[in-house]
Write a protein that binds this ligand. Structure first.
Ligand code: ADP
Length: 421
């Protein structure tokens, strides 16, 4: 009855013929919007309890969230694609996009970066998966248990664990919890599955019984052994069990992203795919995720989508390699809970390596940061941009980075004034 149906969970997005699924969230309850969804054209509403609309319009289930997850699992079981599950504190979206870029959309399905949760993942499978032989799925974790749920929907043949950092450490309940939660992707892969994990001793110690390959910088089965920037390209050398590989990307990739490419090479080998590496060379980083553009001979790094200590560390390191002088416009790292002060103190130390720091959107989190390189603190994008324009000279590099909620993209947009490289 739901074959080829399109599912919607927000009544405002309902359209003719769609199926509206009423979910109970923290803020509101989808059951309150069933009528609205039907008025907007939904042909049916999946609900947990009766709602005052014609009965033939309702499909009653015990748990609407579980219904969505089961429907997605069944759809995957029907087509039985090779599933690559990707998790980690940093780099999920970019790694997934790289694999997808190489395989192409005829061969591979991937879920969008914002549909990587227990609701988003099933929705994207149900609405957009067309039976391709590979499903490259990014799986996000807020707390232990999340990845297990995602693996029940899409049990990976290949489980990729990129790294275990400190992102969302306040929500997850600490670093041990983050490690535990992320390891679920290895624990919940298929019996005959194989894991590809960062060669981090904390991870390796916990997965001894499993079948796995490792990757890393100078370490692991698949390793990045050197990299350099030339004009606007990145040349990286890898050593793998299948031999040495050289990749010349036509973009600037940072060290973290280059290490993740080692995992991508491992995925191709494990799947038995002989991928033409020139495909990888044409990959362009995703907007907001360490995407470097050149404007008026200045390297501008758009890393506005998110922030964690690890991704800041990598960004600063790369920035110093790129520019004659290195500046950053920064905002706070969110979801750090009781660790917030500690995180921002550490951030201050990382930023000491730069030539100057401008702080945007002063909140109590970033206010705890001490750094002798701070030139300006302001809530006004205009003030930040004016100061930057006075500071920057040709060949400099400037980074824009903060957690999503800070809205750093507003400053970047104003700075670029419509310009793109
Ligand atoms: P995610 O989907 O996990 O949030 P993204 O691909 O959106 O990851 O990248 C987010 C940030 O993480 C970017 O700033 C990127 O440069 C950084 N990053 C990617 N890989 C690593 C890594 N291995 N270590 C540290 N930072 C990384």
């Amino acid at each position: 009855m739901f074959e080829n149906a399109k599912f919607v969970i927000d009544s405002r997005e309902a359209f003719d013929g769609c199926v509206f699924v009423a979910l109970k969230g923290e803020k509101t309850d989808g059951h309150l919007y069933v009528r609205q969804a039907l008025e907007k054209g939904a042909s049916l509403a999946v609900v947990e309890r009766d709602v005052d609309v014609p009965k033939e319009k309702l499909y009653l289930v015990k748990d609407t969230r579980y219904f969505l997850q089961q429907m997605a699992a069944q759809k995957l079981a029907m087509y039985d694609p090779q599933i690559v599950g990707i998790t980690g504190s940093n780099g999920k979206t970019t790694t997934k996009e790289m694999i997808h870029h190489c395989l192409g959309k005829e061969l591979a399905f991937r879920n969008p970066g914002n549909l990587n949760t227990e609701i988003g993942l099933p929705l994207s499978i149900l609405n957009d998966y067309h039976g391709q032989p590979y499903a490259i799925l990014e799986m996000a974790m807020n707390k232990p248990g999340d990845i297990s749920t995602l693996c029940r929907i899409a049990r990976p043949h290949v489980s990729v664990l990129l790294n275990v950092g400190t992102a969302h450490r306040g929500v997850a309940g600490g670093d041990e919890q983050i490690l535990r939660g992320k390891l679920e992707i290895v624990e919940n892969m298929r019996e005959d599955g194989i894991a590809i994990v960062h060669s981090d001793p904390r991870i390796l110690e916990k997965i001894k019984e499993k079948k796995f390959l490792t990757f890393g910088f100078y370490s692991g089965d698949y390793k990045l052994v050197s990299y350099k920037y030339e004009e606007f390209s990145t040349i990286a050398h890898y050593e793998t069990p299948e031999g040495k590989k050289k990749v010349r990307f036509s973009a600037i990739l940072n060290l973290g992203q280059l290490v993740n490419v080692a995992a991508v090479l491992a995925v191709f080998d494990v799947l038995g795919l002989d991928v033409d590496l020139s495909k990888l060379e044409t990959f362009i980083p995703v907007d907001g995720r360490f995407k470097v553009i050149k404007v008026d001979d200045v390297y501008v790094v758009d890393d506005t989508y998110n922030a964690s200590l690890e991704s800041f560390r990598i960004a600063v390191e790369t920035l110093k390699k790129l520019g004659k002088r290195a500046y950053a416009v920064v905002g706070s790292i969110k979801e750090q809970g009781i660790y917030s002060e500690q995180t921002h103190r550490q951030l201050g130390r990382i930023l000491e390596q730069l030539d100057g720091v401008l702080v945007y959107n002063i909140d109590h989190e970033i206010d705890a940061m001490e750094c002798s390189k701070i030139i300006l603190k302001s809530d006004e994008p205009k003030a930040i941009v004016e100061q930057l324009r006075n500071l920057l000279e040709p060949k400099d590099a400037v980074l824009f980075k903060a957690s999503r909620a800070v809205g750093m993209e507003k400053v970047l947009e104003l700075f670029l004034g419509g310009k793109k490289a």
